[in-house]
Write a protein that binds this ligand. Sequence first.
Ligand code: NOJ
Length: 736
Amino acid sequence: MKRFIAFILLLTPLFGFGGEDERIEAMLSKMSFDDKIGQLNQVDGRGDIGQLEAEIRAGRLGSVMNIVDPKLLDRLQRIAVEESPAGIPLLFARDVVHGFKTVLPIPLGQAASFDEELVERAARNTAVEATECGIRWAFAPMMDIARDPRWGRIAEGFGEDPFLAGRLAAAVVRGYQGDSLSDPKSMAACAKHFVGYGAAEGGRDYNTTYIPERLLRDIYFPPFRMAVEAGCASVMSSFNDNDGLPATGNRWLLTDVLRGEWGFDGVVVSDWGSVAGLVPHGAAADNREAAKRCITAGTDMDMSSRSYLRHLRSLVENGEVPMEVVDEAVRRILRLKMRLGLFEHPYARQVTTSDLYSEKILDDACALAREATVLLKNDGVLPLSNVRRILVTGPMADAPYDQLGTWTLDGDKTRTLTPIRALREIAGKEIEILYEPALAYGRDQSTARFGRLRSLARKADVVLAFVGEEQIMSGEAHSLADLNLQGAQREMLELLAGCGRPLVTVFMAGRPLTIERETEISDAVLYAWHPGTMGGRAIAQIILGEASPSGKLPVTFPRCVGQIPMYYNHKHTSHRADGSEGNLDDIPREAVQSVMGHTSSYLDVPPTPLFPFGFGLSYTTFTLSELQLSDTTVPANGVLKVRVTVENRGKREGTEVVQLYVGRKSASVTRPIKELKGFRRVTLSPSESRIIEFELPIDELAFCGADRRTAVEPGSYVLTIGTDSRDGLKEHFSVK
Ligand code: NOJ
């Protein structure tokens, strides 16, 4: 049979039916039922290789995950192509989430760059590295909207905003998939987790979500739709149930919306075991019923649960699942393999020179880590100047594993440039660098070295404290109820702040931590997330003034956990969300209930976040002026042109991220106060000013109205251009 398929592939162009569909039909018509079911089965390749080989030989696998040795992959592929009944090549998959060998900043950090071009370039580099090891399918990008930093996987996505997340997800898709999927340096991307996974109750991973359809359509769907429009080859269903329906078995989601409304023709893969997961969810009595629900919902490939392998035959034979449903899933998988060129080139890319950790790839990773770093406070101590002696301290100053962040299956920590290494490398000759980690790791409670720390701090001109989260504190199944610094880290900062030397605090973490006190006692604060392999150099360059920070927060920083969820694009409410300053001393004793007014705020915390979405300082200052709109009234299918002048008022070159938000006062349904609809990075020399122009297609303003249709509603809108989500220049326009 495999010879027959190879023969068909060779001859189809000669007979004029060389189209993708014809090739697929020709192949499908020659496959046995077992061959077909085999294509729908994906397993983890770690484990018994002999057994894996036997399964491949028997044609029971369509895809294998988690093997990155190209020689072994080629050996397995040879079995699939030459010895399995249908001779269909395997598709090798891996969680290539933020970098491969060269680890990039966590996606949440990448999002802080607001730089689609650089994110795309870095993703392309990642594809080059991963395909060198034989991986042609990456389970990324993740674009789950996250409004709750307790959720450990907030690290893995692009934050709270659908527009930013969608733009960056599309950039990763373009980077991974390149100009053509069939380029041996391209890998299929996977938009995950469809959908709502980031809205888990209380930030507890895998937990229930309740997202009504309107919120799905307005907030949770858009990034996926943007990834699909960018040509994303696959989508992964999520673990969670939403409003009672586990995503992997939700036909409305996977078939009606994804394929019907959006025209997606790629593969839907379940998340790990999420077909069988319907059973513990209580949405199927057993695996067989789970398999039936998921295949009919539109989940093509069963990741690791083997439910399809075990039950599809009997389900089809009993007439419970139509054969056509199975055929359709197989077609999609064959199509993906065809688009990847696997039938022509099934084996790992044969390269003579190694692309792993190349200079270019490392440079781009460093640039991304630089752009990801957000300056949250600066009393003037940064960039360092005229210092002779610095003290470097804290558990993250030299934590080569931790700074790589979650999901770094392939990164090698011995390649990590930590801050202490980089500072010594760049400035070790001119500046005396004292080093005392004080705490061995983030959760370390021991204050035994604090005495020495104090005496070293007193000898230094400036103290650089590197604090944050260990890698293991964030990521999948690593949710936290408390977002304060762990161990004795805050105590360490308090001690340092009391030493009378300027204190620069650098956070490395997988999520927004609650850092109000730390910010208050520091003279400057940088938030570098988990910045990856080159993070230390990027941070050192910023501290030493070789680069000016330009990162902007892709997620709101709450003051305390009790404020969560807190996000900038919240709704208008009937009662204001301000009023109380959150000071308990302002509250009178035994007064009438209404004495504090009727506002939607807490009595004990200010109504504002610690830092808003889009916030980030630079070493220079920018002003915006002369906001002009091309029209005051625009048709619903029109484009509004927006011009604004940006000026660098300072003495250094710098980059500003100009942000465009749109909101409206009233509509057929209540709406967010504002929503990001454009952003632009602008680099300006001292005193330079530039006019920048945005084009706002009005159909970007569509939302799910009272009639449940997503459309642009006529009426008046407020456009704000600013340097964060709080405020900015405003203009009104109407849509007719
Ligand atoms: C489970 C995770 O949720 C998903 O993101 C990942 O791609 C799969 N495991 C495969 O490792």
